[in-house]
Design a protein around this ligand. Structure first.
Ligand code: SAH
Ligand code: DHB
Ligand code: MG
Length: 239
């Protein structure tokens, strides 16, 4: 007998699940996929593993998200990339590795201590020649690179209250076809809440919502989608 076309267990579709309704992002499956698709170069793994020893918080993207950044950088043929929020340089190393020879990543970090750790990590990862670390509040330091624009790729991963400012900057300084990417777009599960219910993330709720609204403005971006990583990674392509 021919196998049935639809599994007996297939549940109903919903807005948040796949069309077939299932969500197979199970721990064992995710671990299998990470090992297959996002193996970390030794230098990258040691950045992540040393972040806490270096006295920095363990809030970098994970290896799967690093590999997504690699894919996105290559998809848009980026030569000139910008990152807001360097931390120890983990995501920056993934981005820089994906750039061609002669490419440049400008990465922006508020904390001089984080920037120093990141510079050392970029050296160890063999990408220091492609990366410039800018120290200070990004609202003040982003304008210093505007003469090098327009940019091909912008990754926003710093203070969430300023995301809308960074996204407006990205819209103004990218070329058609550029990709803009916003990490933590689910705002730690608070995106949909009234600010009064969002605790310490309250000030960031309007900023994150305005960021996503701008990314879905078809006068500015051709297409926008949420990559449903654990934290939510919003991606849009510049019109
Ligand atoms: N992208 C990194 C993680 C960044 S964590 C990775 O995945 O590896 C967020 C970083 O943004 C922290 O290092 C924090 O110091 C920095 N940051 C916070 N406010 C900032 C500001 N106003 N300007 C620049 N960087 C800022
Ligand atoms: C936090 C910040 C991040 O950029 C992130 O990816 C995860 C957590 C935080 O501030 O807790
Ligand atoms: Mg983040």
């Amino acid at each position: 007998m021919a196998p049935p076309l639809i599994r007996k267990s297939a549940p109903k579709a919903s807005l948040t699940k796949t069309h077939a309704g299932d969500d197979f992002r199970l721990p064992g499956v995710l671990e299998f996929v990470s090992k297959l698709m996002a193996p970390e170069q030794d230098a990258l793994r040691s950045i992540r593993e040393n972040t806490v020893k270096d006295g920095l918080p363990p809030i970098s993207v994970g290896a799967d998200e690093g590999k997504i950044l690699d894919l996105l950088v290559r998809v848009c043929g980026a030569k000139k990339a910008v990152e807001v929020g360097t931390l120890a340089g983990y995501s920056g190393a993934w981005i820089a590795r994906a750039l061609p020879a002669g490419g440049r990543l400008h990465t922006f970090e508020f904390s001089p201590k984080h920037a120093e750790v990141a510079r050392r990590n970029f050296q160890r990862a063999g990408v220091a020649d492609k990366v410039t670390v800018h120290v200070g509040p990004a609202r003040e330091t982003l304008p210093t690179i505007e003469g090098d624009g327009p940019f091909d790729f912008v990754f926003i991963d710093a203070d969430k209250v300023s995301y809308v400012h960074y996204m407006r900057w990205a819209a103004a300084h990218t070329r058609p076809g550029a990709l803009v990417v916003a990490d933590n777009a689910y705002l730690f599960g608070k995106l949909h809440l009234e600010p009064s219910k969002a605790g310490e993330d309250a000030p960031a709720v309007p900023s994150m919502r305005e960021t996503l609204t701008l990314m879905t403005d078809t006068k500015v971006f051709l297409s926008c989608a949420m990559l449903p990583t654990g934290q939510g990674m919003a991606v849009a392509v510049r019109r």
